[in-house]
Design a protein around this ligand. Structure first.
Ligand code: BES
Ligand code: MN
Ligand code: ZN
Length: 502
């Protein structure tokens, strides 16, 4: 990960391979830090702007060579876009754009100003955090299993430069927080990008154990098949019975405070979802390695929370297993019993995530006395049909929780949209052979899946976030969001938790 630090000074005097400043769209005469650089360069920037070649469009860049007039040999100007459209997400993107450009140039180090706190008018702390987060997340790269690949040409070090003394401690804090957040997001992205044979249930358990080793207030318990049998987790175990690799029920406890009940975060950890006997089509089946993204959000969030030392209790619950077809696999028509005693008729072995979550949510409800529960799951293709690839579905039985999650989501730029837990659709889950069936059929699939989960949360405050769409990105079309695993949910959850602590 990029080595990042906050330093005091004027950017135009800073000595590094590259300095980064910015410009709003349409500005003809730069002011602030960009103005200071322009002045030091004898008005070079103003002259270039006069040509009309660079107009400051969001995420556009202009590279200038300073031919010895200032210590840095190169200046990069990034476009902030239209002032009316400017927000924290623009800062993150612009910052990521600059970092990527630095990498492309092959520089060893670079320095940037905080974007958006001057003419942008953003709160300094928020702008500094967004700048720092954008730099680190923009440079994320999955270290693929490729022989001979060289990952060493990354910029080693970056500096965020601040002229104003009174802002320096805010900047230092934001940089530290950004590093902690980014460690969480990096972990989540890595786990989701990893192939299904590496990122297995035992591997997720080892990853959790490593967190417990690295942070003294993180504790982990791993429940094996026989332990889950004792707990009565018949739904989870049914999904796991077709796999020769043992499932793991992982419980992570982060104790950042002595007081209060824990916030429970539960994650679907299907390390590969073949569909089971209700086998998925071969086309794109490989993507179902990402079906453990919910679990990865839990791990990433807890790592970052421990790193930031958030003052609250969190319990992370991960249901990790493969869903495989096999002589011992569960079948459509099977009836299984979840930990809370409810019986479930299996209609599709491909509706497996809700079965795993049923037992996780039962465990939270029966054993943990939670303050509230949030679950993350790549639960339904139907949620992608409803909201597309960029927006997660939010379901909740509590209005206040809805507001808290939506406002965290607006802040971090990870969009969620509320869908209804429409009671009448519960009919669609009626079974002739058990209390409930695991598939509600063709229509409103994201909603019926959420209604299924609701049967296992008792009267706890609970939110379910269906991340089937935004957890994976097919195109490289946003500087902040890499192709492949996006890490969606980690920053949102951290902001939510941070606001809970007041
Ligand atoms: N993991 C899938 C959901 C999914 C599908 C996520 C495509 C992302 C892209 C889940 O286990 C699943 O298979 N759901 C079924 C449910 C159906 C059988 C009721 C679905 O969405 O088709
Ligand atoms: Mn499935
Ligand atoms: Zn699945």
């Amino acid at each position: 990960m990029l080595k990042l630090s906050a330093v005091k000074g004027g950017i135009q005097e800073f000595s590094s391979d590259l300095i980064v400043v910015n410009l709003f769209e349409g500005v003809k005469k730069p002011a602030g830090a960009t103005g200071a650089v322009d002045q030091a360069l004898g008005g070079m920037i103003t002259r270039v702007l006069d040509t009309g070649d660079f107009r400051g469009k969001r995420n556009s860049t202009l590279l200038l060579y300073t031919v010895g007039r200032i210590p840095a040999p190169r200046v990069l100007i990034v476009g902030l876009g239209k002032k009316e459209e400017f927000d924290l997400q623009a800062i993150r993107e612009v910052s990521a754009t600059a970092a990527k450009k630095a990498r492309e140039l092959g520089v060893r180090n670079f320095a940037t100003i905080v974007h958006g706190s001057g003419a942008g008018g953003m709160d300094y702390r928020d702008a500094a955090l967004a700048t720092a987060v954008g730099l680190i997340l923009g440079l994320y790269k999955y270290k693929a299993e490729k022989s001979g690949e060289n990952y060493e040409k990354e910029p080693e070090e970056a500096f965020i430069v601040e002229f104003n003394d009174s802002n320096l401690s805010l900047l230092t804090n934001s940089v530290e927080r950004a590093k902690a957040i980014a460690q969480g997001v990096y972990l989540t992205r890595d786990l989701v990008n990893m192939p299904a044979n590496i990122s297995s249930p035992p591997f997720l358990a080892e990853t959790a154990e490593k967190l417990a080793k690295d942070y003294k207030n993180v504790k982990v318990t791993v429940f094996e098949r026989k332990d889950m049998e004792k707990l009565g987790m018949g739904a989870f175990l049914a999904v796991a019975q077709g796999s020769s690799v043992p499932p793991k029920f992982i419980v992570l406890e982060y104790n950042g405070s002595k007081e209060g009940n824990p916030v429970v975060i539960a994650g679907k950890g299907l390390t590969f979802d073949s569909g089971g006997i209700s086998l998925k089509p071969a086309q794109d089946m490989w993507k179902m390695k990402f079906d453990m993204a919910g679990a990865a959000v839990v791990l990433g969030t807890i790592k970052a929370a421990a790193e930031i030392k958030l003052p609250l209790k969190i319990v992370g619950l991960i249901g990790a297993t493969y869903n495989m077809p096999d002589g011992n696999a569960y079948r459509p028509s099977d009836v299984v019993k979840a930990m809370n005693g409810k019986t479930i008729e299996i209609i599709s072995t491909d509706a497996e995530g809700r079965l795993v979550l049923a037992d996780l949510l039962s465990y939270a409800t029966m054993k943990l006395n939670p303050e509230l529960i949030v679950d993350f799951a790549t639960l339904t293709g139907a949620c992608i049909v409803a909201l597309g690839m960029k927006i997660a579905g939010l379901f909740t039985n509590d209005e206040k929780l809805e507001d808290q999650i939506v406002s965290a989501s607006r802040y971090t730029g990870e969009p969620v949209w509320k869908l209804p837990l429409y009671d009448d659709y519960k009919k669609l889950l009626k079974s002739d052979f058990a209390d409930i069936k695991n598939s509600g059929g063709k229509w409103a699939g994201a909603i019926t899946a959420a209604l299924f989960l609701k049967e296992f949360v008792g009267d706890n405050r609970w939110a379910h976030i269906d991340i089937a769409g935004p957890t994976w990105e097919d195109k490289d079309d946003n500087p902040l969001i890499p192709k492949g695993a996006t890490g969606f949910g980690v920053r949102l959850m951290l902001k939510f938790l941070d606001e809970l602590t007041g």
